[in-house]
Design a protein around this ligand. Structure first.
Ligand code: ATP
Ligand code: MG
Ligand code: MG
Ligand code: MG
Length: 337
């Protein structure tokens, strides 16, 4: 069962991922049920994705029938929640599926919640001693009570430019690069539109490399790939609208950096209780210092996305990759029984 769409700012990205996965699952001879979650959070049975969707209107036009979420419960069915962002990648759907006692693809409640929340990820990485850029967590109530204190805290421990991000989001939604106090204020207001938890990070001039992870107890990683940027940063438009992103797979980096990135990715995955799959994003400075940025527990999954391309470079084709993560979901369910 493919669960896609989602009540999230990354709704459209999910539809694109779902379309590619659907081709693979059908190719692998599964009987597929499609369940679409509209942006307003309502659930629909079907509609079938017969052609590559351009936007949500395609879904609305098709004759999807509204269902209660718990109506998805069925025997001998594994759910593939190809949902990105809050209300999908953050443990909520995973908890719901646990309650329904249905097997599903990807990380469980803990990994999803911790991976989605950038503040929580940082706390855990800090305990694990994995290098990351300096940051200041900002909670909305605290900001409202005393904005000056927040400015001073940020400017006391970070230097401009800084990156302001909603703690729970992805696809660069709600993220700003800020150069001064006025922009910092605007960046905070923008990020608070998406989440009451926000993170302000030290901006760094760095290359961006990513490692794909696959497995439950037995964790495998890929060689890193690089996102070759032309933009100031890898924003939503660059990712999904203009398609200006170029990927270099494998990344041209020294072997010891390669090894270190894979080691950090695996350690982070294990600390967050990762299962199934994740994509680990890093910054690599020009002095070859490596900082772990985040772990995405349900990375973009179109045929042209970094995650499947990293595995293709390791010799695993898209269809086989989809099959592997489905099997990992089933194994995890059966082992916990
Ligand atoms: P996704 O889940 O799609 O990877 P996201 O919304 O979780 O994205 P990040 O990956 O944290 O957000 O940041 C998005 C992009 O913003 C990065 O790929 C990078 O280009 C830029 N960026 C983020 N933080 C920093 C930073 N501290 N210094 C420099 N650039 C940054
Ligand atoms: Mg992310
Ligand atoms: Mg993401
Ligand atoms: Mg990222």
């Amino acid at each position: 069962m493919l669960l896609y769409g989602g009540k999230s700012a990354e709704h459209e990205v999910s539809i694109l991922s779902a379309f590619s996965i659907l081709q693979a699952i059908s190719y692998n001879f599964y009987e597929v049920q499609l369940v679409f979650i509209a942006k307003d959070g309502r659930w629909y049975k079907g509609p079938l994705l017969t052609e590559k969707p351009v936007d949500d209107s395609v879904m609305q036009l098709a004759d999807g029938q509204e269902i209660a979420p718990c109506a998805i419960k069925s025997e001998n069915t594994i759910v593939f929640p190809v949902l990105h962002g809050p209300n999908g990648e953050d443990g909520t759907i995973q908890g719901f599926l646990e309650t329904l006692d249905m097997p599903y693809v990807g990380g469980g409640v803990l990994a999803s919640a911790c991976g989605m929340d950038k503040i929580m990820t940082k706390h855990l990485l800090q305990v694990a001693g994995i290098p990351q850029v300096p940051y200041v967590p900002v909670i909305r109530n605290v900001w409202r009570e005393n904005p000056k204190q927040i400015f001073e805290q940020c400017e006391g421990s970070l230097i401009y430019p800084m990156f302001v991000k909603p703690a729970n989001m992805g696809s660069s939604v709600g993220i700003s690069k800020v150069e001064n106090r006025e922009e910092l204020q605007n960046g905070l207001l923008e990020a608070f539109r998406y989440d009451q938890r926000v993170i302000v990070e030290q901006g760094i001039d760095a290359r961006e490399i990513e490692v794909a992870i696959l497995g439950n107890e037995d964790v495998r990683t890929t060689f890193a790939g690089e996102i070759v940027k032309e933009e100031a940063f890898y924003d939503y438009n660059a990712k999904y609208v203009d398609n200006t992103i170029k990927m270099q797979i494998p990344a041209e980096i020294p072997e010891e950096v390669q090894t270190k990135a894979r080691d950090y990715a695996k350690r982070a995955y294990m600390i967050l209780d990762g299962a199934g799959l994740s994509r680990c994003d890093f910054f690599l400075t020009h002095k070859n210092e490596l900082f772990l940025n985040e772990l995405n527990t349900m990375p973009g999954f179109t045929e042209f996305s970094m995650y499947p391309l990293l595995w293709e470079n390791m010799g695993i084709q898209y269809n086989d990759l989809v099959e592997e993560i489905i099997q990992l979901g089933l194994n995890r369910y059966n082992q916990r029984k």
